[in-house]
Design a protein around this ligand. Structure first.
Ligand code: ADP
Ligand code: MG
Length: 601
């Protein structure tokens, strides 16, 4: 018998491989732009004709290539970016498989012109269907220009498979957008059929977003900043009120590489929880920086999927980061920070921090002029206690009281709370009058408390004198079993006695006389509506239901001490400004506003 196995010629092998890397003109655009960035370019110009089918030209002012490299770069597995397998796990550059140019050359007519800084002239190479047709020296500026003509000229099936020019152009613009967003310090242009569509100047991310999506994004964006040991998240979200009815600007990047990640997308949607209508979509432009060793990017040929080693951690951090940004948005109009950078604070940390907590101070001097205190400039420290007009310097240098008799330790330190309509808590702060919805405030306080209890397993349980049976149908019982570990953590000490009955041995200490069975039924009901496999979301659901049920309702008389507790705890919350359902917990009547109204009357 004759041997039948043959090695495919390179040109055929490349053509087959090309199908994986280059599916459409936009894929070539992406590869060429990423190569230009890897070459250290500060200006990259993209020109396309007929949505890239007739022509794609990328010009950069990067490092260029030597004559040998210019020939070599079209070889399969030719790359300057990796030399050993371990490099794959630490790689931070864009491409690393050395396949892109080989693939493009296999299915198009490619002209490469390139020149390094120290070379007198550049080199021009023409490569058609993996064959070098021409090599000459050319005068040119430093950098590289790749010109791709007649993509898929030798793969008619693929060419016929392409969508309409408009659809292909949308793909090109989308790739252009993804690449340019994460490289705002680089200038870019995009010209299509002779018309310049984008001219992006070097700048910061916010300017880049405005350059791509319009200058009106200036007021639509909220900065997100979160740094932890393992993960840091930076970028912008679109304010809830500008959420769109179509799934529009949703850009996730990991180490600046665009990815799609439904699970992490969910973390953001969830953070906007009920702040945007059901049929609208949140917008975001976020980059997640992680150690490359903590991800596996190479699980999909076009590399828009990423596996995180600890995706739950990233979910939780992302969720918290977005929550914080939303919360600060609602707060920021109240405190006039000079430096926006100060908005990166964390309320929770402030409360835990070691700086001495100074009691809120309200002068009782009858000669007290509230406007004078307001006029005293204070250090913007990003501290919520500023609301109360406290001194944040701990040097203890206080101005002596004007009338010593009236400012005994007791009265000097007292803030007063009034109840309005048995529903609102009214108190004074440095910048005006604070009116707090008692139910929504308490709802927020308890929600965060229960979440924390579950995180730290510190929910206190009160032993029941007589264990209470709780019977369910078989279906509900199995759902209840799923909730059991989380319920345990908030203080429900329960065990399953038989397939349909649970014994309640202990209940959360915060129950305050509420019926535990009714509460459990409510939780089960909500869980049925929002059934989820996500542990974090299950916890959120339980905390929300418990907090909603156990918080004080409107039309409930409160003592001054109770009001003080609610207000203190509210401003110790990580998001004090909105209840878990997105409703505002308080309004501030600013002194300026009151002043203006009275003066103009
Ligand atoms: P990879 O990017 O994975 O290394 P490519 O096929 O995209 O593979 O590119 C092969 C090599 O060609 C790169 O590693 C780089 O050395 C060189 N190269 C490609 N484009 C450029 C460019 N615009 N400027 C300088 N060098 C380039
Ligand atoms: Mg590449």
């Amino acid at each position: 018998m004759l041997d039948v196995i043959k090695l495919l010629p390179d040109s055929v092998a490349n053509q087959i491989a090309a199908g994986e890397v280059i599916q459409r003109p936009a894929s070539a655009v992406k590869e060429l732009m990423e190569n230009a960035l890897d070459a250290g370019a500060t200006q990259i110009d993209l020109v396309v004709k007929d949505a890239g089918k007739a022509l794609i030209m990328v010009t950069d002012n990067g490092c260029g290539m030597s004559e040998t490299d210019a020939r070599m770069c079209f070889e399969r597995h030719a790359t300057s970016k990796i030399s050993k397998a371990e490099d794959l796990f630490s790689i931070r550059t864009m491409g690393f498989r050395g396949e892109a140019l080989a693939s493009i050359a296999a299915i198009a007519q490619v002209e490469l012109k390139t020149r390094r800084k120290d070379d007198e002239v550049g080199v021009k190479i023409i490569n058609e269907g993996s064959v070098v047709k021409e090599q000459t020296l050319v005068p040119m500026p430093v950098g590289t220009t790749f010109t791709i003509k007649n993509l898929f000229f030798n793969v008619p099936a693929r060419r016929n498979f392409l969508k309409s020019p408009a659809a292909e152009m949308r793909h090109v613009v989308e790739e252009f957008t993804r690449v340019t967003l994460m490289n705002p310090e680089v200038g870019f242009t995009l010209t299509s059929d002779g018309k310049e569509l984008y001219h992006l100047y070097p700048g910061n991310l916010k300017q880049r977003i405005m350059g791509l999506f319009g200058n009106n994004y200036d007021e639509k964006l909220l900065a997100v900043h979160q740094d932890t040991d393992r993960v840091s998240i930076h970028g912008y979200i679109v304010k809830a009120e500008f959420a769109k009815k179509t799934r529009g600007e949703q850009y996730f990047f990991v180490n600046k590489r665009f990815i799609k990640h439904p699970y992490l997308h969910h973390a953001i949607e969830n953070a906007f929880m009920e702040m945007i209508p059901q049929d609208s979509f949140p917008g975001y432009f976020l980059n997640i920086e992680v150690d490359p060793a903590d991800i596996d990017v190479n699980i999909h040929p076009t590399k828009t999927e990423v596996n995180f080693l600890d995706v739950k951690l990233v979910y939780a951090i992302l969720h918290a980061a977005v929550r914080k940004a939303i919360g600060q948005n609602n707060l920021s109009p109240m405190i006039d920070f000079d430096e926006p950078a100060n908005l990166g604070f964390d309320f929770g940390e402030v409360v835990k921090s070691s700086s001495p907590i100074v009691q809120p101070e309200v002068p009782v001097n009858s000669a007290y002029n509230p406007f004078r205190q307001h006029q005293t400039p204070s250090k913007p420290s990003g501290d919520w206690r500023l609301l109360y007009g406290e001194r944040t310097d701990s040097t203890g240098e206080e101005t002596p009281p004007e009338n010593p008799q009236e400012t005994t330790a007791n009265t000097e330190l007292k803030t007063h709370y009034l109840q309005l309509n048995q529903s609102y808590i009214v108190t004074t702060v440095k910048s005006g009058l604070l009116v707090i919805d008692q139910h929504l405030a308490h709802y927020r306080v308890l929600f965060e408390k229960f979440l924390k209890d579950m995180e730290t397993s510190t929910g206190h349980s009160q032993q029941e004198l007589f264990p209470q049976p709780f019977t369910l149908n078989a279906n509900d019982a199995s759902l209840m079993r799923e909730l059991l570990p989380d319920l345990q953590q908030v203080g429900f000490n329960m065990e399953q006695a038989n397939p349909t009955t649970f014994m309640i041995n202990g209940t959360p200490a915060d129950l305050a006389g509420a019926d535990p069975v009714a509460l459990l039924e409510k939780m089960l009901e909500n869980y049925k509506i929002n059934r989820t496999d996500l542990q974090l979301e299950r916890k959120l659901g339980i905390a929300k239901t418990m907090a909603a049920q156990l918080s004080v309702k409107a039309i409930t008389p409160l003592s001054e001490k109770e009001m003080e507790n609610i207000v203190d705890q509210l401003f110790g919350c990580s998001v004090a400004e909105v209840a878990p359902d997105g409703k505002k917990t308080y309004v501030l009547l600013a002194l300026d506003e009151i002043n203006g109204k009275l003066k103009n009357s």
